[in-house]
Design a protein around this ligand. Sequence first.
Ligand code: TMP
Length: 260
Amino acid sequence: MWGKRASRPVGPPRARCPCHAPYSTTGLLYFTIDLMPRLPFITFEGSEGCGKSTHVKRLAARLERSRIPFLVTREPGGTPIGETIRELLQFAPHNAGMTPETELLLFAASRSQLVRETIKPALERGVCVIADRFFDSTTVYQGAARKLDRQIVEQLNAFAVGDCIPDITFVLDIDAATARSRMQAPRRADRMEQQPAEFYERVRGAYRELAEREPNRIVLIDGSGDPDKVENEIWEVISSRFSTLASVAKSKIEDRKSKM
Ligand code: TMP
């Protein structure tokens, strides 16, 4: 998927930085970089409390400093339709009786909208896309943890994303006790976070298995370490795999230094 030439980004000339805005399709940062190869589609995965949202923000801040055009999005959600589905899945007062099958279909519905409305158009405009969760969450949560039929989950994932596959996926791996301690902070009650401990053990195990099965795409990172160290580790992997992105970042920084 590398090597495609992107046209000049179009869209609102200056929108709010996605790091400081709620997740939304309008949270875009646009800078113009002409005739560059397509920038990568990067996803972050892991169980609750693993720190993925922190590292999504840190990566976005790095790209912003380097003036690389990027879009941050999340799942479920990221579009007006997706955010309504998110509310239904997580917080709607009547969602307690939701069946695993309904849950699977709702995640797939949110994703298929996000891919077509937001992710693909952004990649085609030459924007780097960073997603907080994507289809691996469904494989792990609905497939392995909820134990829905694996083939059906795979087929639905494929139907929802089409050819829009992440170039790289970071799985932040932490043990269940660390995850629980990070989730102690007061938060809005979320239906998805009311599961027994074995559920999260299955989630963790399934992510680790996925990383073994797809070593070219998935990078397993120890999420329990110092956040600065984790951030650097993630950036090293990105800059070694996507040399164009790294060289654009470097040249922008040098350009800025020469103007100081
Ligand atoms: P988050 O805000 O931590 O990303 O919460 C999203 C919740 O939804 C989390 O419990 C994982 C769950 N989830 C699934 O079960 N399947 C999916 O496909 C996705 C995207 C999320």
